[in-house]
Write a protein that binds this ligand. Structure first.
Ligand SMILES: C[S@@+](CC[C@H](N)C(=O)[O-])C[C@H]1O[C@@H](n2cnc3c(N)ncnc32)[C@H](O)[C@@H]1O
Length: 211
């Protein structure tokens, strides 16, 4: 698998609307913060660094890996590495943990096997591997004409246990909702809701370490 093209590189202002709206209460970041250790952790498919910046603490450095130069926001005070999930330019066991939020690990339509192997290799044995994806069964995913949720059985087969985070997409204005929802789903009418229920699957695994 190579780089999956993502609209945010061409339309950063639209991506900013999405990032601010999705999981507006910040429950996913809160849970990642609880599960990630101190030390050096990896964010794969970091996008513009929204999540990595929020998970950086005095006792934790987040290395943000992102292949698309148009996504990388160097204004954020992060360590950026331009690379693909499938070929991480780091040594065995270099990180204490890793996560990917809505990144390349879609379990429908893409095969993330190579990327998962790279996570096991680069995270020390026993360190957490955390994957956040759409879980489906909510008002946001119901707008799509095809299934845009992760395949929970895919993750279960690989030893990842699911946590369900009930959160919401909440837009600041109807105009923002109209722009993003039309972009994603086509005609949603002139007055789409500014708040939509949204369920996130956080798939929690442990690194086996390098084979
Ligand atoms: C939906 S965005 C999510 C960004 C970020 N994780 C977040 O939560 O805001 C998906 C990101 O994955 C990146 N991506 C695409 N193909 C990839 C690959 N093969 N390896 C790593 N990242 C990839 C895209 O460039 C994009 O920035």
């Amino acid at each position: 698998m190579s780089v999956i093209p993502f609209y945010g590189a061409e339309h950063p202002e639209l991506f900013a609307i999405e990032r601010a709206a999705m999981d507006r209460p910040g429950l996913v970041v809160d849970r990642l913060n609880e599960l990630l250790p101190r030390g050096i952790v990896l964010d794969v498919g970091a996008g513009d660094g929204f999540t990595a910046e929020r998970l950086t603490r005095q006792d934790r450095t987040v290395v943000a890996v992102e292949p698309a130069s148009g996504m990388i926001d160097r204004a954020r005070p992060l360590t950026w590495v331009q690379a693909d999930a499938e070929e991480l330019p780091f040594g065995d066991g270099a990180f204490q943990g890793a996560y990917a939020t809505w990144a390349y690990f879609f379990s429908r339509g893409f095969d993330p096997a190579l990327g998962i192997a790279e996570l096991h290799r680069t995270v020390r044995s026993g360190g957490p591997l955390l994957i956040a994806e759409n879980l489906g069964g909510d008002e946001f995913c119901a707008l799509a004409s095809s299934d845009i949720s992760a395949d929970a059985t895919f993750w279960a087969r690989r030893g990842f246990r699911p946590e369900i985070i009930e959160t919401e997409f909440a837009f600041e204005t109807t105009e923002d909702a109209l722009r993003l929802l039309t972009f994603y789903f086509g005609d949603v009418g002139p007055n789409p809701p500014t708040r939509l229920s949204y369920r996130v699957g956080l798939f929690v695994g442990r690194s086996r370490g390098p084979n």
